[in-house]
Design a protein around this ligand. Structure first.
Ligand code: S3P
Length: 451
């Protein structure tokens, strides 16, 4: 199944306290967008703090294939020489986006209004994910797509030669869909409008404005209406990528569930479209504080301090909060298993089409560790066993999904007996330093292949 080399099983053992400071890598969403918008600007964009995970490296490679120059300096600064919103050239080879849904969907959007064709593929996980959510709206601009049955990769997109602007209501809460439409709108004349019923992460809107596009956002009875004026000349930017709240979630939650822990996670963006997990944890009674709260680059930022919390209570997570914590349900379900009472997560069917079916992946692995689960298509319920109450002693399948692998390794730090994941390799897609960072805090993570 794996396309990153042989599976790398790893076991997490119950850890002593986790203590110290955890500097997590740059934000994945903002890193992809920095490279893509940099490639569509005219001139040199410089990016500091880019996440150098495989997903983002695959996007860098793709931008080169479309004609942009993308290079990393010895000092870790990335330079992107963009070709303009209409300047993409036709790639000579297939674009392999690896494991990254964000990468492939945003890139399909940004080439859809240029008269070139490109064929996209990815690993087994990405080839199983639906692309109709992108090909439907880009067809309205005039692009054509030829994929496998069910709208799966590999897929060829033929960009529109004479694109028209589009007004599109997203059928599901998805920042990837919204962003693909906005990126396609960049090379269409007139105004492209996206309407979303529930607000999703707004990095594309903020960054497009930063690059000099005219983009407005209005909250109306219909939902959030985003209007982009097409065919701007994007101005190159100097970008400092903030640290990723979705990566911070792992050391935060590991500290909350592991006895005696006290961990500081500095400089985490608390953009309200991303910070739902932290609000939820605080409602559950987590000892999670925001220190040194400030504003950086127009975004709220804080240092997070997470301490072992032995009396967290399950809650009903407000379904309207789902878009702001969509990637965090796997690790929340681990915290829920070590809390008292039920944690009820409704309105979460989008989890079924992530890098894996995340409800199924977490449910099966948690059950193997002794936790009681209830689920239906759109609901996930975890019956908590209290702090230290999860037996563990099981192997969970990572299913080519970085967040599933990291979630079960965090569970193993606090379960009574070790927890193994069958493949820790996918962690490199988003959080390549996860293992050394957690070991530095005191985690016991054993590489099974090395034994
Ligand atoms: C992302 C959007 C989300 C999220 C993904 C990153 C983005 O996906 O799960 O990890 O950067 O736009 P959806 O838009 O499919 O919800």
């Amino acid at each position: 199944m794996s396309s990153h080399g042989p599976a790398a099983p790893m076991t997490a053992h119950r850890a002593g306290p986790l203590t110290g400071t955890a500097h997590v890598p740059g934000d994945k969403s903002i890193s992809h967008r920095s490279l893509i918008l940099g490639a569509m600007a005219v001139g040199e964009t410089r990016v500091t703090g880019l996440l150098e995970g495989q997903d983002v490296l695959d996007t860098a490679k793709a931008m080169r294939a479309f004609g942009a120059e993308v290079a990393r300096d010895a000092d870790g600064i990335w330079r992107v020489h963009g070709v303009g919103v209409s300047g993409f050239s036709e790639p000579e080879d297939v674009i392999d986006c690896g494991n990254s849904g964000t990468g492939v969907r945003l890139i399909m959007g940004c080439m859809a209004t240029t008269p070139i064709s490109a064929t996209f593929t990815g690993d087994a996980s990405l080839r199983s994910r639906p692309m109709g959510r992108i090909t439907d709206p880009i067809a309205l601009f005039g692009a054509r797509s030829y994929g496998r049955k069910g709208g799966r990769l590999p897929m060829t997109i033929v960009g529109a030669a004479t694109p028209v602007p589009v007004r599109y209501a997203t059928p599901m809460p998805s920042a990837q869909v919204k962003s693909a439409v906005l990126l396609a709108g960049l090379n269409a004349p007139g105004q492209t409008v996206v309407i979303e019923k529930e607000a999703t992460r707004d990095h594309s809107e903020r960054m497009l404005a930063g690059f000099g596009a005219v983009v407005t956002t209005e909250d109306t009875d219909e939902g959030r209406v985003i209007t982009l004026t097409g065919q701007p000349e994007l101005k190159p930017q100097t970008i400092v990528v903030p640290r990723d709240p979705s990566s911070a979630a792992f050391p935060v939650c590991a500290a909350l569930i592991t006895e005696g822990s006290d961990v500081l996670i500095p400089n985490i963006g608390l953009n309200p479209t991303r910070a739902g997990l932290f609000a939820t944890l605080r409602e559950m009674g987590a000892d999670l504080t925001y220190e040194n709260e400030r504003t950086e680059g127009g975004e709220p930022v804080a240092d997070l301090r997470a301490r072992f919390s032995d009396s967290m209570q399950g809650i009903e997570v407000p379904p309207e909060r789902a878009p702001s914590m969509i990637d965090e349900y796997p690790i929340l379900s681990v915290v829920a298993a070590l809390s008292t009472g039920k944690t009820v997560m409704r309105g979460v069917k989008e989890l079924r089409v992530k890098e894996s079916d995340r409800i199924d992946a977490m449910a099966r692995g948690l059950e193997a560790c002794g936790v009681t689960i209830e689920e239906d298509e759109d609901t996930f319920i975890v019956h908590g066993m209290g702090a230290g109450g999860v037996p563990g002693d099981a192997t969970a399948a990572a299913r080519l999904d970085h967040r599933i692998a990291m979630s079960f390794l965090c569970l193993g730090m606090a379960a009574q007996k070790p927890v193994t994941v069958d493949d820790a390799g996918p962690i490199a897609t988003s959080f390549p330093i996860f293992v050394p960072l957690m070991r530095e805090l005191g985690a016991r993570l054993e590489d099974e292949a090395a034994r």
